[in-house]
Design a protein around this ligand. Structure first.
Ligand code: MN
Ligand code: MN
Length: 266
């Protein structure tokens, strides 16, 4: 049985991005979009997670160095909550998943992303936002890693996929009808650049040809296993247009939170 309570955790961190900074500003921008009054708090599936007594915003972490992320998440999970993290570059997924591996049984990860994030190292940094899932897989922290929306990989990353047994649904395969299936509790790691830049311009790495908002919503809404936690990463307000990506992140947060409230045991 998973904790009923969900804590929203801002992760203001962008020191491991390889190209631009900005995701450190994401948590508050997404909160502002969520609470701006332009939309109500109900999900499409008729849940109101944000105003539920089981949902609390715990504010932002204080992070001085990368290793603080795992320490903080271990302290938070130890309090008997599930977490949804907002903001940060994708490097935060490794320490967060590592903390989950201490507190939860076996689980799978769904990574929505344009990129594999499987580099052994990126420009010498093993903890770059291009590497988190190499670290997760080499330490066997999860049962399965299922990637969706991938459309920017190179031969090195293909070797890594093979080596680690990653289940990748590349964008052209998704387009041809392949869909992920899950059989264990699930952690969702949602890199907003998995969506097409037409839907999510507010990211550092524009990779055309991506998922639509509707496709991501349908994927979230069709999950029928318990969700142990989630992150929404790589929002870069400097690249956004009329806050549309902040609104998208807020909507995805709402839909994921609603879904998390639905099922707490297998
Ligand atoms: Mn990523
Ligand atoms: Mn990405």
């Amino acid at each position: 049985m998973l904790p009923e309570k969900i804590a929203l955790i801002g992760v203001p961190w962008d020191q491991k991005g390889s190209y631009l900074q900005g995701p450190a500003l994401a948590p508050n921008r997404i909160r502002e979009a969520l609470h701006c009054g332009s939309a109500n708090y109900w999900t499409e599936l008729n849940v109101n997670p944000i105003e539920s007594e089981n949902f609390e915003d715990w504010g932002d972490l204080t992070i001085n160095k990368y290793t603080d992320i795992e320490k903080n998440f271990a302290l938070i999970l130890n309090k008997g909550v599930r977490t949804i993290s907002l903001g940060g570059d994708h490097s935060i997924a490794y320490p967060i998943i590592k903390a989950h591996a201490q507190f939860r049984g076996e689980f799978d990860v769904l990574q929505i992303d344009a990129h594999g994030d499987l580099y052994d190292n990126f420009e010498g940094d093993k903890f770059s936002h291009a590497c988190p899932f190499a670290r997760v897989m080499e330490q066997k922290l999860v049962s399965r890693l299922i990637q969706v929306g991938i459309r920017a990989i190179n031969p090195h990353q293909r070797e890594q996929m093979e080596k680690f047994g990653v289940e990748t649904i590349e964008m052209h395969q998704f387009d041809a009808g392949q869909r992920p299936t899950f059989d264990k509790p699930l952690y969702i790691s949602l890199d907003l650049d998995g969506l097409d830049p037409a839907y999510a311009p507010g990211v550092s790495h524009h990779e055309p040809g991506g998922l639509t908002t509707r496709e991501v919503l349908r994927m979230i809404q069709s999950i029928d296993v318990p969700i142990i936690g989630a992150d929404i990463v790589e929002y870069n307000p400097h690249k956004d247009v009329s806050d549309m990506t902040a609104m998208l992140a807020a909507k995805l947060l709402k839909e994921i939170a609603g879904k998390m409230m639905g099922k707490v045991s297998v």
